[in-house]
Design a protein around this ligand. Structure first.
Ligand code: TYD
Length: 212
């Protein structure tokens, strides 16, 4: 939540192949009347180009992790903070939980406590989302969807995706009021209608709380 009290920041999370892109394009239609700002990590600013390069070159995991954090800082400064300050609804395709879920895996064995390190990196300047939708899907289904795509990234392997999804589920259990778990095997229109409804409800309740 933004310290100034401006709302609403919604994030969409899930492993590669969980269907985030399909959900987001349906939400664009279903929430058009709210005129949300749709954004993403990595790559909402030019800093994302260095992240993509790091992923493609399979650079060392610490460089990669810190570039993802830099991309997040630029995203907040250039897009998210200005949007929230003007009272816009912001919907981000991936956000901080992606770092916690993926980089906890890529940094395993590299540093002693990856999650604590990642959290400390965000401490004091990042914004916690108001709601996070976590798309959950059996790993086999995600891999099947990914196999239709060319050129897999190093994250898109079974053993990585299994761990990443387990990490996400652990965070969702720890913060049940922020996370909404979405069954990503559901019909895509049904799923989008459900997510859109929860967003509208969250928006209404947050705005009524802010009324003087
Ligand atoms: P992206 O190309 O946006 O993939 P997708 O379409 O699946 O969202 O993201 C590239 C990869 O980067 C994706 O496998 C998830 C990973 N990632 C991290 O490892 N850490 C992060 O902080 C973020 C934002 C993404």
């Amino acid at each position: 939540m933004d310290p100034e009290g401006n709302l609403l920041l919604i994030t969409i999370e899930g492993i590669d192949g969980s269907g985030k892109s399909t959900l987001l394009s349906a939400l664009k239609g279903q929430l058009a009347d709210l005129d949300p700002i749709f954004t993403r990590e990595p790559g909402a600013t030019w800093v994302g180009e260095s992240v993509r390069r790091a992923i493609a070159e399979q650079i060392d995991p610490i460089t990669e992790a810190t570039l993802f954090v830099a991309d997040h800082a630029a995203h907040l400064a250039k897009i998210i903070r200005p949007a929230l300050a003007s009272d816009r609804l912001v919907i981000s395709d991936r956000y901080t939980d992606s770092r916690y879920a993926y980089q906890s895996v890529t940094l395993e064995g590299v540093i002693p406590d990856p999650l604590a390190w990642l959290k400390a990196m965000h401490n004091g300047w990042s914004i916690v989302p108001d709601k996070t939708f976590l798309l959950v899907i059996p790993i086999d289904d995600a891999l099947l969807r990914l196999s239709e795509k060319n050129g897999r990234e190093h994250f898109e392997r079974r053993e990585i995706l299994e761990k990443v999804q387990n990490n996400y589920l652990e965070y969702a259990r720890a913060e049940p009021s922020r996370f909404v778990i979405v069954d990503a095997k559901k019909d895509k229109d049904e799923m989008a209608a459900f997510v859109a409804q929860v967003i509208r409800f969250t928006l209404q309740s947050s705005r009524s709380h802010r009324r003087p």
